[in-house]
Design a binder for this molecule. Structure first.
Ligand code: SF4
Length: 289
């Protein structure tokens, strides 16, 4: 959308906002720098980087209130569970709303007059139109230009390729539990230091986040980044055949399909395009609870 706007195919946006969880893959930061330099700056579009902190550091800091990641839990009775996902609200939606309020001239907690709003573009393509949602605040009006243009994911990839941006990486936290095996493998095989980083984090959150432990709310069970609920460096992330999957599914009673196992949680993590069951609550500051 930034390129479409910069190249005049869509109207020129006033700003592009990147919500930085502090733990994106290196490739994403490199790509963002390139986008800014080659696409946004020449078109006079400021790229604003906003943040609520570093999600990795916060999870391991006993003194920091932590908005939890969607971790896979193995309960003491052996039953599988998941922690609630609060991180999209805290690390993405919250800093974007804060910046939008500033841009409108009404920083939190000022009251924003009725009728004062920004138009916010959310980059959802036609193959995921079910993710298109209205904003939960009156000062942001969501638009979905890719859907209006009838563009699918392949149309976007074709366009990016025509601009020399075929290698656009997927943005998400390096250790996001929503990764599929393909993403885990690509970290392991292409970036050994980032793999060491996620393996270390996976081991460090086994007993839950540091703040919860420090405040006596210990996790009764164990937490994992991989859906198999096995330590990441031992998890079955290599390609799973349909037959292996059938056997595994019986064992785990897992509701996900082979595609999700490989490619990750389909709806993943995206502000205003979250999975249905983890909607941010309707409040001004966007903290999912
Ligand atoms: S990418 Fe994953 S871990 Fe990061 S904020 Fe989104 S859901 Fe949370």
């Amino acid at each position: 959308m930034l390129a479409l706007s910069a190249k005049g195919i869509l109207p020129r946006v006033d700003y592009a906002i990147f919500a930085d969880t502090g733990w994106e893959p290196r490739a994403v930061y490199t790509h963002l720098d390139r986008l800014e330099r080659e696409i946004a700056e020449p078109a006079g579009i400021p790229v604003l980087r906003v943040t609520s902190g570093n999600i990795r550091k916060d999870a391991l800091d006993p003194d920091h209130r932590f908005a939890s990641m969607p971790l896979y839990i193995l309960n003491q009775d052996g039953k599988p569970g998941m922690t609630r996902r609060q991180c999209t609200g805290e690390y993405k939606i919250k800093p974007i709303k804060k910046k939008v309020r500033e841009l409108l001239g009404f920083p939190y907690p000022a009251r924003i007059p009725r009728g004062t709003f920004v138009e916010q573009w959310v980059g959802i393509s036609t193959d995921e139109f079910h993710r298109a949602k209205d904003s939960d605040v009156q000062y942001m009006l969501n638009r979905h230009p890719l859907i209006d243009m009838g563009w699918s994911r392949s149309d976007c990839i074709r366009y990016l390729t025509s601009l020399g941006l075929a290698d656009t990486p997927k943005s998400s936290c390096l250790g996001c539990p929503f990764h599929g095996n393909a993403q885990w493998r690509s970290i392991r095989d292409a970036s050994p230091d980032e793999w060491a980083d996620v393996v270390e984090f996976d081991a460090a959150i086994r007993k839950g986040n540091a703040r919860a432990n420090a405040t006596g709310k210990r996790l009764l069970g164990e937490a994992f980044l991989h859906r198999s609920r096995v330590p990441l460096d031992q998890a079955p992330i290599d390609h799973v055949t349909a037959a292996e999957w059938a056997a595994l599914q019986q064992e785990l009673d897992d509701e996900a399909g082979l595609e999700e196992l490989e490619d990750g949680v389909i709806d993943g993590c995206s502000p205003w395009a979250c999975r249905g069951e983890v909607e941010p609550i309707q409040d001004d500051f966007g903290l999912a609870t």
